[in-house]
Design a protein around this ligand. Structure first.
Ligand code: V4E
Length: 222
């Protein structure tokens, strides 16, 4: 398990040139399909938990809280506020356990069915999980000399482009140094502005599921 610390930024026609100028190296381009799941009451996403299947692999992102080791001078906390931190779980049994802890209302119909053949994804139906977002992203990834920093430029198939600076921190290790790496990289990229940039999911839900989006806004998830 690791913690993903990231800052999103607006990427545009000049971004590639800037990346080249600061010595970023393109380490590949790939395309992936993401499917996100929740129950009809949005029990996961209203808790800021994001269950997705990316190219056949399950991932659960859960919120993590600042652990007190992050420095908090005015400027530093402003920079840190632009970064998100999520715990990433990729082990399917652990994902299923955590999701089932949250979603207690097991679907009765399925429990009483006469032992249907167990499909690989029958656990989704048991707890009423359905796919609420399905989109494909083309991602170009870059690295810098700064160790552990990755920059991704994403183009989603619903017409939204966004960049992100990302550092993966092994569970229990120092998030502060990740925040500093991200801040230095943001400086090199000349990022200005103190507003959080919207992620793909924000934009997808605004456009495709405005009611779900409004609920997330009202619960301060977005
Ligand atoms: C919606 C969301 C999450 C799902 C994943 O979002 P994101 O990191 O944008 O996806 P992606 O494709 O870049 O994943 P990666 O390849 O980096 O793993 S995780 C957290 N949220 C909620 C959220 C939020 N609370 N606030 C903002 C501004 N954006 C998203």
């Amino acid at each position: 398990m690791s913690v993903e610390v990231e800052r999103k930024f607006v990427s545009n026609a000049d971004t590639l040139k800037t990346l080249e100028e600061i010595g970023a190296v393109c380490v590949g381009q790939r395309q992936f399909r993401d499917q996100y799941f929740d129950n009809p009451k949005f029990d996961l996403t209203l808790r800021d938990m994001w269950l997705r299947k990316r190219e056949g692999c399950w991932e659960l992102k859960c919120p993590t809280t600042a652990n007190g080791t992050e420095k908090s001078s005015g400027e530093q906390s402003k920079a840190a506020a632009l970064c998100s931190r999520y715990r990433e779980i990729t082990d399917l049994p652990e994902i299923q356990q955590r999701v089932k802890e949250v979603i207690k209302d097991i679907c009765e119909d399925r429990e009483t069915e006469a032992s249907p053949p167990q499909e690989e994804e029958s656990w989704l139906g048991e707890i009423n999980l359905v796919c609420f977002a399905d989109f494909t992203t083309v991602r170009q990834s870059f690295t810098l000399e700064e160790k552990g920093v990755q920059i991704d430029l994403d183009q989603a198939d619903f017409g939204y482009q966004v960049g992100e600076i990302e550092v993966l921190v092994p569970e229990g290790e120092d998030v502060q140094s990740a925040l500093e790496k991200i801040e230095r990289t943001a400086g090199k990229l000349g990022l200005t502005g103190d507003q959080q940039v919207e992620g793909k999911m924000n934009v997808y839900l605004q456009r495709n599921h405005p009611e779900h989006y409004a609920k997330l806004l009202s619960k301060h998830v977005f």
